[in-house]
Design a protein around this ligand. Sequence first.
Ligand code: PBG
Length: 321
Amino acid sequence: MLRRPRRNRQSAAIRSMVEETTLSVNDFIYPMFVMEGQNLTTEVKSMPGIFRYSLDKLLEEMAVVQDLGIRSIALFPQLGEDKKDKTASESYRQGSLYLEAINKIKNQFPDIAIMSDVAMDPYSADGHDGYVDEKGNILNDETLPILAKMAVAQAQAGADIVGPSDMMDGRIEFLRDALDIEGFSNVSIMAYSAKYASAFYGPFRDALDSAPKFGDKKTYQMNPANSREALLEAELDFNEGADFLMVKPALAYLDIIKLLNDNFDLPIAAYNVSGEYAMVKAAAQNGWLDGTKTMVESLTSIKRAGAKVILTYFAKEYAQL
Ligand code: PBG
């Protein structure tokens, strides 16, 4: 045999020499949850090791996270039903928990990049990402001004990257214009370009109590059966001025990550979502999988597929490793 590929696998030194994909904490964005109250830390039941923090506790945790070398976070708010209404007005109210949290993190940890979430669902009495009319239709264009107010308020508070996550049409251009007009031309937009209507978001909706009050999200999030449509979505976001194109979830959509990476010269991000985290944790707790090895293998596969940036609940555990 002239060709024996095993020669390049024969020792740890050679294996690491020919290793094609390497992970770094620089690649990670760590999603974190902030909630109302004081001195509160509660674990998300379906996400062992992931907590919701009141703002005082979140700031303590930020110091831990920064010391571990994590440089970027994505923040999501959990709000009581009393804060929710039809127009998500809490999302852009000055002094709201979320805006205050962004502001305090930015002031105390100026070197951390903060990605904010631009969607109505955590603040919506309907539990949908967009404005819902009397007939139960989720309206596209009527939602735009709400998202613009939200994004500008988040930029004012100190967000470095805004993440419009509602998967509706015309988001990127509208937000780019709104941010530029208000003087935030340096604030980036990470487009949730190919976000699928996925069962893997379950634990996240538990964490935020943000499940839709009726229906599902299939008129805005993508059909898991489609990949050509992801190209169309990515092309629109590219042309509208996105700085990053994201695929979500990650593991069941590695082909989509590769498709976008092969076709667009922007950094591709992938969201290794709550359900993907929960599966690994549940199996590891049962002794059915080696949790650490499964984590590293999963994250490596996402990077190998073409994601430069990975939003993952494993960021802290990986950094500890
Ligand atoms: C909603 C949003 C969701 C997630 C992030 N932003 C859930 C949804 O679309 O219902 C899910 C993240 C995860 O599962 O980790 N704007």
